[in-house]
Write a protein that binds this ligand. Sequence first.
Ligand code: 5GP
Ligand code: MN
Length: 323
Amino acid sequence: MSYAAAAKAIANASSIIVTTHINPDGDGVGAGLALVHALKGMGKQVRFCCPSRVVSMYAFLPGFAKITAVEDEAAAAKTRRADLIISCDAGDVERLGAVAKVKRSTLINLDHHVTNTRFGDLNVVDVDAESTGVVVEKLLRRMKVKLDKTLGECLYTTIVFDTGRFMHSNTTAHTFRWTAKLLETGIDAAAINRALTYTKKPHDLLIQKMGIENLRVDEQEPRLAGIVLSADTIAAVGEPEDWGDLVEIARSLAGNQVAYLLREAKDRKTVRCSMRSNPPFEVGSVAQALGGGGHRQAAGCTFVGNLAAAQREILARLRHQLS
Ligand code: 5GP
Ligand code: MN
């Protein structure tokens, strides 16, 4: 982990692109925006380029309106070269989509996933950090950037998101001490919690209903439960802007230890898979074995094959984790 090398590369750069992973979440967006604000304060030319659109839930974050999407190679080719690209919260280079094609001298990889492939020229991968926001804050401290309310709002979003509102097994005494520092910048934590939680549209509730209707507890292993959504089932309700934490419905069952969500793609050639577990059970290695990644207790992958094949393969692996 080279915080010093990353700080030096930033000091020497004048044009910087900040980015995060495809389908960016509260950690990627919050960590990225915190970095954007801090780097602007240091007098750098900064752009936030995302490999896919950022969902409107994050519109309350300062700087959201200036995030641009670089979704394909044509957009990447048109994007002005940067001295530095700083990736936040991406476990591998595929997660950067077209942004990986943008011309630059140096790529810095800031992340906290245990499965991170160290794809950067410089890698600051801190697997003990609860969120990538924690990694960013540590780097900013090294660069003598003072926390303010704007940084506080962005960073608070990262910790709320990646600890599942302080519920997941990555929540520690450090989490609360670190978060307390953010609250001391004067942020309205309850307002941010509301913005991240109580903003569902009627259609999002139909998605939840679809999740409950397609929930199944495993016949062989009652501690395993999941939601299986075929392309037709999804088409009947319509894709949501954000799939959010639908997998939590399966996880909320009493006795559940491993939960999953399978979503078949429109072309039926791939299946998106989200997995969650309670310690000591692990899903990170299952995702990694299937070409994805994540954390020990929260991970995902894109399975290549149809829904029946995905169910067969993934459920066998998840049952094995529980055995
Ligand atoms: P989710 O299930 O919410 O999509 O993702 C859970 C965790 O696994 C997140 O930290 C996310 O970044 C990571 N993750 C999800 N899908 C992939 C993937 O396809 N590749 C990698 N490397 N990580 C993933
Ligand atoms: Mn994260």
